[in-house]
Design a protein around this ligand. Structure first.
Ligand code: KG4
Ligand code: ZN
Length: 340
């Protein structure tokens, strides 16, 4: 039996300051998340400068709490892991600097984790039997990536968005119908009162990218629909707009995902990222996977949105592969998946 590997993981790429202690990539000993959502809600979206400042204020406390809750000390850790990209540069730098300082002072190895690799790895935590190969659709505020996970740390991107990310579309449509930030959960709630077939919004196809996505046309269609109603002095139902928009997003995501899994002969399908916490979307994937006889995986909502436990899960496989960072590690805001 291999020796246990316990990792302290840090995540600060956007508006959540997070730290977690994870054992052997799959057992979460603590998962502390300090969200800044209330602060950014005042501005209708994440303000990078405010995010960085808040990360600085909170990071040490969040790390201490993660160690406390795990009942462990820094000396018990086998490595320190941190998200180094993609994300907001100032926000990432806070986590990267903290991780480097701690690793250096405690003489521990440092592991650099890609944020999307983290989202994908969130699936390992509650599905102990899940192993690559599998297909994963990462749907968050910044990314919409259809990824063939060939092995641990081996990713092939089959498709991605050409414009807005899925979560970004939720946030923009929510703003248009006056629901506020963050849009995803608010649209989901509103959609429960509406009819998903009431308005026929477009399902975009990208001509030269069979698995690519485009959501900006859908967002414009929602805005045009609202403006059209206003000009004609007609009432419109926010609930029907929310439900019909959500249905349009769901249809495209499910169709692309199922087609990719079939073509690539992959039998396991996973979703990840903030948008994957959407219950209606999850149900659509569950049904589609059942019809196609794929095993369906998804993390709990708390592991879908940004957190450090997922970074600890990804870091374990980097640790096993011997991929350690040196003291020159920097934040890489536009880091591509599969790059080092
Ligand atoms: O993964 P995440 O926390 O951060 C990024 O890496 O971007 O994702 C945040 C995004 C936001 O756009 C938010 O509106 C969306 O996930 N989101 C949702 C739901 N909860 C969060 N979208 C749809 N339905 C939800 N329930
Ligand atoms: Zn994320």
């Amino acid at each position: 039996m291999d020796k246990d590997v316990v990792i302290l993981a840090i995540e600060s790429s956007c508006d959540e300051t997070a730290a977690a202690v994870v054992k052997n990539g799959r057992e979460v000993l603590s998962n502390v998340i300090s969200s800044q959502i209330d602060l950014h809600t005042l501005y209708g979206g994440v303000v990078p400068e405010i995010a960085s400042r808040k990360h600085i204020e909170r990071i040490n406390q969040v790390i201490d709490e993660a160690l406390d809750k795990a009942g462990m000390a820094l000396s018990d850790m086998d490595a320190i892991a941190v998200t180094y990209g993609p994300g907001l540069v100032g926000a990432l730098l806070v986590g990267v600097s903290a991780a480097k300082a701690i690793a250096y002072a405690a003489k521990k190895p440092l592991i650099a984790v890609h944020h999307i690799e983290g989202h994908i790895s969130a699936n390992y935590i509650e599905n102990k039997e899940l192993e690559p190969p599998f297909m994963c659709l990462v749907i968050s505020g910044g990314h919409t990536h259809l990824v063939n996970v060939a092995d641990y740390g081996k990713y092939e991107i089959l498709g991605k968005t050409r414009d807005d990310a899925a979560g970004e579309a939720f946030d923009k449509v929510a703003r248009a119908i006056g629901l506020g930030y963050p849009g995803g959960p608010k649209i989901e709630k509103k959609a429960h009162e509406g009819d998903p077939t009431a308005i026929k919004f477009p399902r975009a196809v990208v001509a030269d990218g069979p698995y690519d996505f485009s959501f900006s046309g859908l967002k414009s269609a929602v805005l045009n629909y609202i403006n059209g109603c206003k000009m004609k002095d007609e009432e419109y139902s926010e609930a029907d707009i929310a439900a019909s928009f959500q249905q349009a997003v769901s249809d495209v995501l499910v169709e692309h995902g199922m087609r990719a899994a079939k073509t690539e002969h992959v039998k396991k399908f996973a979703i990840a990222g903030g948008v994957a916490s959407n219950g209606t979307l999850r149900e659509a994937f569950r049904r589609a996977c059942e019809e196609n006889r794929f095993t369906f995986y998804h993390p709990s909502p708390i592991l879908c949105t940004d957190n450090a436990a997922m970074i600890g899960a990804a870091a374990y496989y980097e640790y096993k592969a011997g991929n350690f960072a040196d003291w020159s590690l920097n934040a890489v805001p536009n880091l591509k998946l599969g790059e080092r």
